[in-house]
Design a binder for this molecule. Sequence first.
Ligand code: ZN
Length: 395
Amino acid sequence: MTIEIDAELHRRLFAGINEQGFSPEGWTRAPWTDELRAAEQLVIDAAVAGGMVCEHDPAGNLWITDPQAPADGLVATGSHLDTVPKGGAFDGTLGVVGGLVAVLALRAAGVPNAERLAVISFADEEGSRFNTPCFGSRTMVGTFGDEVADATDKDGISIRDVGPQDPTKAAGLQRRIGCYFEIHVEQGLALDPADVSLGVATRLSARGRWEWEVVGEANHAGTTPMAGRRDALVRAAELVLAAQREAEARAGAVATVGRLTPWPGGTNVIPGRVYGTLDVRALDNATRDAVVQALVDGFPDVAIEHKSTDDAAIFDPGLIGDLHACAHDLGVSAMDLPSYAGHDAGTLALSGVPSVMLFTRSPNGISHNPAEHSDESVCLDAIRVLAAAMARRLV
Ligand SMILES: [Zn+2]
């Protein structure tokens, strides 16, 4: 059976969505805004034209299914339509558009059991506005409880003010999903140097965030001799360098101090206190934890406080194998690739839904930036591979 991908539909939907929230500095579609709703409406119109039905669940995730969809065992794909502020055109949008185009192609080809095909556009994946990343999927699987709807933005407006009232009523809906695929623009620079079109994600890294504070003693920058100073920023600098060293010493680990605030912050004052952040990621939980433990042991004088962790999400070996086999059949180059970012597919995988991601080559490795890009030919190849892999799961 040949599966014909409608390249024109892909082009039209992708362009239409990216007319929403556009400015010369990038695309901004925050969740539960007019821009986001306009983008969703384009997807809904195309899905309905293809004979599918669309419904928002209580967390605001958009489900696109067949009118005769079964209660479970859905062969699903999707991503998200929200963006970070001044983000790129591809992150999220490609997975929703590509997923819908693949599903409509399979339905048009008359594949058996097509009523099991579904597309999900997850709500508030980026979490930029309310600091609630993967809101839709995490609420669905129960990682976020009801209090998440009280999260506020910088103006004090809560999710409940603008979005879902009772998001946890969506809890458990992931049990409808038999398996989940997500196309996504590559975030990093692995595929282009290897001259490979697609990356098959094997896992999402273990991640974690910490905050720390060094306490020294503020004093006069002129009258305090070097000997005996308690300069908190000098100690903080040692911690920054140690974080780099500990990550470099472990394969696949990365550590970043992204914020550093000395206090009181005067040119002629020795810093008495420094606040800092720490973001550590690694291929597995143990390596992430080892980096942090080394810093805790090396800096007993510094309070290092755990804020959040996400364990490594392992993708399904069967789905990984399917994507490779389909790419091979279609003559599209593909290689395994871990990802160091968070995605809804990772949330689903951690909750036990067999999941996988397919990354499209990014020539510059840039993401969350208007320069984010994948060639259209690579995107269409990804959609062909996705459609073929989803067809395998229908039989
Ligand atoms: Zn994304």
